[in-house]
Each structure stands twice: as structure tokens, then as C-alpha cells.
Ligand binder design. Structure first.
Ligand SMILES: NC(=O)c1ccc[n+]([C@@H]2O[C@H](COP(=O)([O-])OP(=O)(O)OC[C@H]3O[C@@H](n4cnc5c(N)ncnc54)[C@H](O)[C@@H]3O)[C@@H](O)[C@H]2O)c1
Length: 351
């Protein structure tokens, strides 16, 4: 049977996760890659035994490619996604899908107009721990949910920010500790807790020589009445794995990155097959220390979405949600006010 063809735009750090995942998936074939930087695209193509396309246009014109992974700096995600949609390609875009609600809506409109699918990378959502946690919350295992928190006390070295000119800039990173690193935890938090009603935040640049925030704390109110905290920083040594903590009237759970650290319920039951323990793969101190499994599962989900003509689990409408939450947090820091997300969304939406 003919395999589904994949292409990659951007041959930097994260593109290896896409290439290795595609090459590990039955039914998928990595055809080629493009990068503005000739040396980068040539060595990447050689490493994976694929074609190096001289331009994005050439890659998008290749009829063997059905799905394109966009792995360029974040500020280029929206324009390249629109270009790929207009070329009729299905798209996997790295997080964040766009830097503003307005941009996200333009991407969505382009995908809808061209009838193409989009998956927005949020690989932690594909872990067993998140699946089990969401089921438990939805089934009422923890009773009434009272608090939902995420703590992301990460460390990034000065060399990390110096490694590519786009890191830590408003135009290309869109934000700092939340828009770049924290978005994974924020997406998982809103996925398990449901809609956020309001945010009230303080954000600062305390340690790094960057334009955007390296430290932020936000108080959150959920539509279901629970409250919580979103904390993110890239400024603290040594950097601890992300903690996602959910507490309710009948029980609580703590996740450490992709693992369930604690699970305590009034009935004393732990879900079948769950082994409590610490994470083995965390990007808390080193962005290259993340595992491969999440990307592979998400890309596999996209392959099936295309072949079976169904929605990917994290589609463009889902990918828009953390962009809305994070930009609302930035708006709260900017104005010193509590931001109500429905109103914020209405005033920025292009629909
Ligand atoms: N899901 C995750 O866990 C995760 C981890 C790391 C990075 N990311 C995301 O992946 C994206 C890329 O991050 P990175 O660390 O790989 O960056 P990087 O700087 O290492 O690589 C970016 C690559 O894009 C190329 N590029 C820049 N402009 C281009 C253009 N117009 N056309 C084609 N190629 C172009 C650069 O030459 C470079 O090779 C970011 O949006 C980041 O948020 C996600």
C-alpha cells in the first residue's frame, strides 16, 4: 500500500523529533525537507536519506508530500501554515500555532478554505498520564474540582537564548517562559480542567537578557468555579520537572511531566495499569532532553486523521486555546487588570 508522504520545513533542533517519528511510523514516509539555511537542509537530508528541497515553494509543490511539519521559529508558524494550506497540504505545526488570536484565526480560515487538516504539537497530551487524569476528572473521581495548578520552574542557560537569534524576542518567540516553554503545561491544564474564565497575572524579566518574560505567575479562575495558579520561569537553577496538580473534594493527583507522581482518592483506588513514579524525560533544564514518544503518537494520530478523514486530537481549534490563555495573561500584566477570556476572545477574534 502506498505510504502517506511527509515533508519538514525547518531543520533545527525539533525537526529531529519529527523526522525520527515519521520514519518510525508504519504507513508514513519522509520525503524531504527545506530550510533557508543550505548547510542545515543538506546535512538533515543526508542524515535521514531524504530529499533536500531548495525552497519551501519546491517542497510545497511536491505531489508526493501530503503532510508538512512546520518546525521554524514560532513567529513564522502562521505565515508558513497559511502558505502550506493554500498549497493544499495537511499541516503539523509546532507549538504555538500562532503568536496572537488574530493570527490563529487567519490560519484557521486558510485551513477551512482549503479543506486541509492541521495538528498543533502538544505532545504531552498524548501521554497515558494525561489520558487517565482527564478521564478521572470527567468521571468525578476527585469529586468537585477545587484547584488546578501548573508549576514550571525551568532553567535555560544564557547559551540557550544565544543559540538562535529568534529566541526570547517578541516578534519570533511571541513571549518567553509561558509562550515558549510553558505552553505545554498550560495546554494540558486547560484540557483536563476545562475552560478558563479569567486570569490575573504578574510577569517579569528577572535574569535573562531577553525582551520577553522569563518569569510569570497567574491566578486563574475556571468556568467550573475552581481556581488555580499558572507559574512559569526559565530563570531558576537547576530547573525542576513540570508539576500539574489537580485537587478535588474527593481526591487529588500530581503529575510530574509525563508521569503520575501521586494519586490519592477517598476510596483508595488507583486506576488499573498505572504505576506511580517520577518522570524519566524532562526538558526542565535541557530542551533536548524531552522524550520521542509524544511526538510519535501525535504524528501517528495525524496520519490516521488524514487517512480516515477525521479530526486530529489536537486540531487548530484546540491549538488556538493556549494562545488565547497566554496572550490574555500578557494582557493582564500589561494592563494590571483581571482579564475575562470570553470578552478578550471576542475583542480579538477575526470571526
Ligand atoms: N514541542 C516541543 O517540545 C518543542 C521543543 C523545541 C522547539 N519547539 C518549537 O519548534 C520551533 C523551532 O524550534 P527549534 O528549537 O527547532 O529552532 P531552531 O532555531 O533550532 O531551528 C529553526 C530552523 O528553522 C530554519 N528557518 C528559519 N526561518 C526559516 C524559513 N523562513 N524557512 C525555512 N526554514 C527557516 C532555521 O534555519 C533553523 O534551521 C519553535 O516554534 C519551538 O517553539 C517545540
Amino acid at each position: 500500500m502506498k505510504k502517506l508522504g511527509f515533508g519538514i520545513i525547518g531543520c533545527g533542533v525539533i525537526s529531529d523529533w519529527h523526522a525520527k517519528s515519521v520514519q518510525a511510523i508504519d504507513g508514513a514516509e519522509l520525503i524531504g525537507a527545506a530550510d533557508l539555511n543550505e548547510a542545515a537542509r543538506k546535512s538533515f537530508a543526508e542524515r535521514y536519506g531524504i530529499r533536500a528541497f531548495d525552497s519551501i515553494e519546491d517542497l510545497l509543490a511536491c505531489p508526493d508530500i501530503s503532510v508538512v511539519s512546520i518546525c521554524v521559529p514560532s513567529g513564522l508558524h502562521a505565515p508558513l501554515a497559511i502558505q502550506a494550506a493554500n498549497a493544499g497540504k495537511n499541516i503539523i505545526v509546532e507549538k504555538p500555532m500562532a503568536l496572537t488570536i488574530e493570527e490563529a484565526d487567519e490560519v484557521i480560515a486558510a485551513c477551512e478554505k482549503n479543506g486541509v487538516k492541521m495538528a498543533v504539537i502538544s505532545q504531552i497530551r498524548f501521554t497515558e498520564a494525561i489520558r487517565v487524569l482527564k478521564n478521572a476528572i470527567d468521571n468525578g473521581t476527585f469529586g468537585r474540582i477545587v484547584m488546578g495548578d501548573v508549576f514550571m520552574r525551568y532553567y535555560r542557560s544564557p547559551e540557550y537564548y544565544a543559540s538562535s537569534a529568534w529566541r526570547g524576542t517578541y516578534k519570533m518567540d511571541g513571549g518567553g517562559a509561558l509562550m515558549n516553554q510553558g505552553i505545554h503545561g498550560i495546554d494540558c491544564l486547560q484540557y483536563v480542567m476545562g475552560d478558563i474564565k479569567s486570569v490575573m497575572a504578574t510577569a517579569k524579566t528577572l535574569v535573562h537578557n531577553i525582551e520577553v518574560e522569563d518569569t510569570c505567575s497567574a491566578v486563574v479562575e475556571y468556568a467550573n468555579g475552581a481556581i488555580g495558579v499558572i507559574q512559569g520561569t526559565t530563570s531558576v537553577f537547576p530547573g525542576y520537572p513540570r508539576l500539574l496538580q489537580i485537587s478535588g473534594s474527593k481526591g487529588s493527583a500530581t503529575l510530574e511531566e509525563d508521569s503520575i507522581l501521586r494519586w490519592d482518592t477517598i476510596d483508595g483506588k488507583v486506576p488499573e495499569g498505572i504505576i506511580l513514579g517520577r518522570t524519566k524525560a524532562s526538558g526542565a533544564s535541557d530542551p533536548k532532553a524531552i522524550g520521542m514518544e509524544g511526538h510519535q503518537l501525535q504524528i501517528e494520530d495525524m496520519l490516521h486523521a488524514v487517512l480516515e478523514d477525521r479530526k486530529p486530537l489536537v486540531d487548530m481549534y484546540e491549538g488556538r486555546k493556549p494562545v488565547k490563555i497566554i496572550t490574555a495573561i500578557y494582557e493582564s500584566e500589561r494592563t494590571g487588570k483581571k482579564i475575562y477570556l470570553d470578552e478578550f476572545d471576542r475583542s480579538h477574534s477575526k470571526k
